[in-house]
Design a protein around this ligand. Structure first.
Ligand code: M6R
Length: 369
């Protein structure tokens, strides 16, 4: 059932184009409008919300952090993203006008279940974004939007992550559509771009030899840093989490802008640093800033491994290695830039002789608080 792959994780990484495509499937009508009737939340209710709070854990929390950038941009609704276990045990400000979005692959994560209960007690409407039909979180929520990634077996989440980001984008575009704000015109265009993403993920998967060889050559590495800005920041943290979980290597993800406020002190000759670079088109200053971050760490001896869009030549003078992804808009880029990082972690762990499907000390779903 591993489909000829050496592990469930490798198979699930290769399932990703389909996971995205299936999550998009059947969610637009003939006129190209999003139809999310299955959510069973009243449109007038959705029009009146004034805040979104995303609660989740681990990789699902990083999907929420990616979503924040897109949903705030398209809908102009403030989005807070918080670990479910932190949300639950403070005194969060939520009420009837808050839409709480609980993201969970399994639907059985106890921290997230407790946070859902707490949010509903405060009067918030709760929407579950979940991969498992009939599981506790969607059952206990007011509404559910399912990701269609198929069962995820490997402990490390991969295809569920991409499907969660896709579902969050659908939610954001849907809210923009029904609230009729100025970004409503962008919806058709973004949806079109989203439909092109599975083929682009496939392109990344078809060109993995470089990242595999890199991972094998780094099997003795003891520490790896990951930097990103904007949507690249949660991607950096997810890349670090994958490496911790699978390869038991110390790894940290940072917001690149934070470097000079402390983490740059960690840079010493030979320190490997992955840098997730946003598209050079569009938000120019963002791109230029991260190129200068790469320059700064390279000058201090870092070994720079840069994930950049096809055609981005600005990064080349400062990159020891460039891992390429196809062009897409900045907001959708996490669906592509995370893939080399997943493969890197999987391959490096395999090179160390570790079981990538069952990393030590971890369970697929954490059903205790
Ligand atoms: O099933 P959930 O999405 O609620 O799980 C949340 C986390 O436990 C999960 O994403 C965990 O961090 C994975 N091991 C990450 O690879």
């Amino acid at each position: 059932e591993k489909g000829g792959y050496p592990s469930f994780m490798a198979k699930e990484i290769h399932d990703q184009p389909r996971a995205i495509a299936d999550t998009l499937l059947g969610r637009t009508d003939a006129a190209g409008h999003l139809v999310l009737d299955e959510m069973k939340l009243d449109e007038s209710e959705l029009r009146s919300i004034d805040k979104i709070v995303v609660i989740s854990c681990g990789t699902s929390a990083y999907a929420g952090q990616v979503a924040k950038y897109a949903v705030e941009h398209w809908c102009r609704i403030p989005v807070e993203v918080e670990y479910a276990h932190e949300f639950r045990y403070r005194d969060p400000v939520v009420n009837q006008r808050t839409l709480v979005v609980a993201i969970s692959q399994s639907g059985e994560t106890m921290d997230t279940i407790m946070a859902v209960r707490h949010a509903r007690e405060q009067g918030a409407r709760v929407l579950a974004i979940c991969n498992t039909h009939g599981s506790t979180i969607p059952r206990e929520s007011d509404a559910a939007l399912y990701t269609h990634a198929g069962p995820e077996i490997a402990v490390a989440s991969t295809k569920a992550f991409l499907a969660q980001i896709t579902a969050c984008y659908l939610l954001g575009l849907y809210l923009a559509q029904i609230r009729g704000n100025k970004y409503a015109d962008e919806i058709a265009d973004v949806l079109q771009q989203l439909h092109e993403v599975p083929a682009k993920v496939q392109e990344v998967l078809d060109g993995l030899e470089q990242v595999r060889a890199l991972a094998r050559s780094m099997a003795d590495t003891r520490s790896v840093l990951f930097l990103g800005r904007h949507v690249g920041y949660p991607v950096a943290m997810e890349g670090a989490l994958k490496l911790k979980e699978l390869a038991y290597i110390h790894a940290e993800g940072f917001a690149a802008g934070e470097l000079k406020h402390g983490p740059i002190a960690l840079i010493e000759p030979g320190q490997p640093v992955f840098v997730v670079v946003p598209s050079p088109r569009g938000r120019d200053s963002l791109h230029a800033k991260i190129v200068s971050n790469i320059q700064e760490i390279r000058a201090r001896g870092a070994r720079t491994i840069v994930i950049a869009e096809d055609g981005d030549t600005d990064v080349e003078p400062y990159a020891d290695t460039v891992l390429r992804v196809p062009q897409t808009s900045t907001l959708l880029s996490p669906l592509l830039t995370i893939v080399p990082l997943q493969v890197f972690a999987c391959e490096l762990a395999t090179a160390k002789g570790l079981d990538v499907d069952q990393p030590r000390n971890l369970a697929k779903s954490v059903t205790v608080e």
